[in-house]
Design a protein. Structure first.
Length: 311
């Protein structure tokens, strides 16, 4: 039988935990452990989790010192998972544990990542579903990995896929994209989604903006991790180019005696672009220093080897 580590971030979910455990206990198609990561809950979740762990040996609990956010909670769960398949899931009963077996079935067809797609999503339409649809199209477009629902926590991963990935910010949702860039086979299946009955959502519209900012970071780190100067330097050159064009424009007007330097904003605009260009190039130099520092400090190579032959 397959063995699955289920990773469950928990922040103030006191009324959901027992019901969730009952649903997990009803799973019989595979062996499992459930790693609950208590992300600094301020309600009774802490005590309840300890009780559940007393009753059920397959329940494991990691208590955080304070609230670090869902991504950190998931990272801690991944780091403590002992089985070869890892399935993160929300604690609020919006994801359905009964879907895990479908994720596993898809995985046996040769996939390393099977992502859940909450096709019929039961969240606030205006503040959550629509912004999230927009974010999903944007992420799919920019990362080149087409998924309908990056934000769904319920996904199944082969352990190797997540082992090397470090998670920051709201970035747990980008794991499928990272995995695909590193050669993993990624797919998605529809999963059920239930409205939240107990407790409250921790997110609102602001989440989408944070996700889009994280996407910028991911995109940058994907394309330029070892050569930030190419990014900043290029932008800097465009700054210089614009500065030059505006300067020439101002000079031509002056030579033709159509306008004096002080009667148009052109010299001013030219100067601004010059300074911006300069700043960008200096920033590129700084980024290069930071990047080298981080690679050399950790003895990291700028490449990854699949395997070596005849050494
Ligand atoms: N969560 C967490 N830390 C946080 C916020 C949320 O561990 O700081 C957990 C929360 O308990 C739940 C999951 O992350 O299990 C998803 O949160 P929520 O249901 O509020 O998000 P939504 O489903 O509304 O996107
Ligand atoms: Mg939820």
């Amino acid at each position: 039988m397959e063995k699955v580590s289920i990773v469950i971030p928990v922040y103030n979910e006191e009324d959901n935990l027992e019901l969730l455990l009952a649903k997990l206990q009803a799973l019989t198609d595979f062996e499992w452990e459930a790693i609950f990561v208590n992300d600094g809950s301020k309600d009774q979740s802490t005590e309840i989790l300890d009780e559940l762990a007393q009753k059920e040996a397959r329940v494991k609990v990691v208590h955080f010192l304070k609230n670090y956010g869902q991504t950190a909670a998931m990272a801690a769960g991944f780091a403590n998972a002992q089985y070869d398949i890892v399935v993160p899931m929300d604690a609020d009963l919006q994801n359905d544990p009964a879907d895990i077996v479908h994720l596993l079935a898809k995985m046996t067809k040769g996939y390393d990542v099977v992502s859940g797609w909450r096709k019929d999503r039961q969240d606030a339409t205006w503040t959550r579903v629509w912004p999230s649809n927009l974010a999903n199209s944007l992420i799919s477009y920019i990362t080149g990995v087409k998924l309908h629902d990056y934000g769904c926590t319920l996904k199944a991963y082969k352990k190797e896929v997540i082992q090397e990935i470090r998670l920051y910010g709201e970035m747990h949702r980008f794991i499928p994209a990272y995995a695909a860039w590193h050669g993993a086979k990624v797919t998605e299946i529809e999963v059920k989604h239930h409205p939240r009955i107990h407790g409250q959502t921790k997110y609102g519209l602001g989440k989408t903006f944070r996700v889009i900012l994280d996407l910028l970071v991911v995109k940058f780190l994907m394309d330029y991790p070892t050569r930030p100067m190419h990014f900043f330097g290029l932008a800097g050159f465009y700054g210089f180019l614009l500065s030059f064009i505006f300067a020439i424009w101002a000079i031509v007007l002056k030579l033709l005696a159509l306008r004096t330097f002080s009667s148009t904003p052109l010299p001013m605009i030219s100067a601004i672009f010059f300074v911006v260009g300069m700043q960008l190039i200096l920033m590129g130099l700084l980024a290069e220093m930071v990047m080298r520092n981080s690679y050399e400090g950790q003895n990291k190579t700028t490449y990854k080897i699949r395997n070596k032959v005849n050494f």
